[in-house]
Design a protein around this ligand. Structure first.
Ligand code: DGL
Length: 260
């Protein structure tokens, strides 16, 4: 019997949940293997070399131990730091990265000013700078790096003061479209929208990532069952991760500890 379609995903923590949900909706028959690299969280303050090393180890685990066919790098910081290396080192695997939807924001803005909300590491990356140059070169692009925000989201501790600290920057700047450039941010999308007001359209790349994953599956004619299963792993503490899965995905799943 053929193996079922297997999709691997990883993030430094729970950020990839926003992408997981969209992929599960788009490909309900796939088996999904999600790794939260919580021991090394956050990635946003690590060196490029460290992130590349983590991405390489997690990819090798997903490929060799779990036998996945496709890997979704469900983290902007890992994508801008490690995706090109991963593609070079693993030509046998199809990768899907996570980048902010600046192209969509640039196409839909009427004021000509758009915002990008991301980690400091992503803000400073050549990858994101090139992406902005390519898709929004003629727009006024305001980039807000948010040191410390992912930590608060991971802990479930985002107060009004936190929103004020990180989002005040966009107030009265005439932006009408905001690209979420960190996979943790869709988890507080409602709070961001509430703070910035309904005049700003917030663009989460997760649906486009799921669409791209589905396109690859269709092109490769991969098989899948009617209903796939999901498996969750953490390099951190299982019981803490289990409660995050319950809170954000409403699933009572026991995660496994991963040492790598
Ligand atoms: N979800 C990660 C991202 O998309 C968070 C980065 C971090 O761990 O700092 O960038």
């Amino acid at each position: 019997m053929e193996d079922n379609l297997k999709i691997g995903m990883f993030d430094s923590g729970i950020g990839g949940f926003s992408i997981y949900s969209e992929i599960q909706k788009a490909l309900p028959g796939a088996d999904i293997f999600y790794i939260a690299d919580q021991k090394y969280f956050p990635y946003g303050t690590k060196s490029t070399e460290e992130i590349q090393e983590r991405a390489e180890l997690l990819t090798t685990y997903l490929k060799n131990k779990l036998g996945v066919d496709i890997i979704v790098v469900a983290c902007n910081t890992a994508t801008v730091s490690a995706l090109s290396n991963l593609r070079k080192n693993h030509p046998d695997i199809k990768f899907v990265g996570t980048v902010p939807a600046v192209k969509v924001c640039a196409a839909e803005t009427r004021t000509g000013s758009i915002g990008v909300l991301c980690t400091p590491k992503t803000a400073n990356s050549t990858y994101q700078k090139n992406l902005i140059k390519k898709h929004a070169g003629e727009k006024n692009v305001l980039i807000r790096a948010c040191p410390g925000l992912v930590e608060k989201i991971e802990k479930g501790d985002v107060s009004q003061d936190t929103l004020e600290e990180h989002l005040y920057f966009f107030k009265d700047k005439n932006i009408d479209s905001l690209a979420l450039g960190c996979s943790h941010f869709p988890l507080i999308r409602a709070e961001i929208q509430n703070y910035l007001g309904s005049g700003i359209s917030i663009v989460d790349p997760a649906p486009a990532i799921a669409k791209q994953t589905k396109r690859i599956v269709n092109n490769l004619k991969m098989l899948s069952k009617d209903e796939g299963s999901s498996y969750f792993y953490t390099t951190g503490t299982e019981h803490q991760f289990n409660s995050m899965i319950k809170k954000h995905l409403n699933k009572a799943i026991n995660s496994k500890h991963l040492t790598c």
